[in-house]
Design a binder for this molecule. Structure first.
Ligand code: DQA
Length: 156
């Protein structure tokens, strides 16, 4: 709890199938940095703005959906759904049900890859998408969530 008695703001960071293998997974495409290193840096960036980072990394669609459902105090979410981006109507629906901004991240530029990666089923329910900027995309997504939160939290 914060000094005001309300829970401290947190941003959820979800990573789907095969992203736990970053660092050794197809490094020419996804880089050599581990997911833990990327998320540690992201957590520091969030903490400098007084916001916590809640991580959920899973190969299982339902666990990502559960994480969105069980985060009532999150101000937004960053999500790299991995291959689920191209297939999961259920995760897309979970973005919509979450009701706060979800920024979807893809390390690679999916539009420059195989045609089956061009359709992002989940992204239609995201507030925005960052694709092709590697790990930097997570930082941009965090900044976007924080900016949107500031705008929404500030009366016009
Ligand atoms: C990915 C792109 C997806 O097409 C792929 O299935 C992944 C990673 C990316 O970060 O570039 O697992 O989401």
């Amino acid at each position: 709890m914060s000094a005001t008695g309300s829970p401290p703001p947190v941003v959820l960071c979800l990573n789907g199938p095969n992203l736990g293998q970053l660092g050794r997974r197809e490094p020419a495409l996804y880089g050599t940095e581990t997911l833990a290193a990327i998320l540690d840096r992201l957590e520091q960036r969030a903490s400098a703005r007084g916001v916590g980072l809640v991580r959920c990394t899973s190969n299982h669609e339902g666990e990502l959906i559960d994480a969105l459902e069980r985060a009532p105090s999150a101000i937004g979410a960053i999500c790299n759904p991995g291959g689920l981006s191209h297939t999961s109507l259920a995760l897309r629906d979970a973005y919509s049900a979450f009701g706060r901004p979800v920024v979807e991240v893809h390390l690679s530029n999916v539009h420059a890859r195989e045609p089956f990666r061009h359709r992002l089923l989940t992204a239609g329910a995201a507030r925005g998408v960052v694709s092709g900027l590697g790990a930097y995309g997570y930082e941009l997504a965090l900044d976007a969530v924080l900016t949107l939160w500031g705008k929404e939290a500030t009366p016009a």
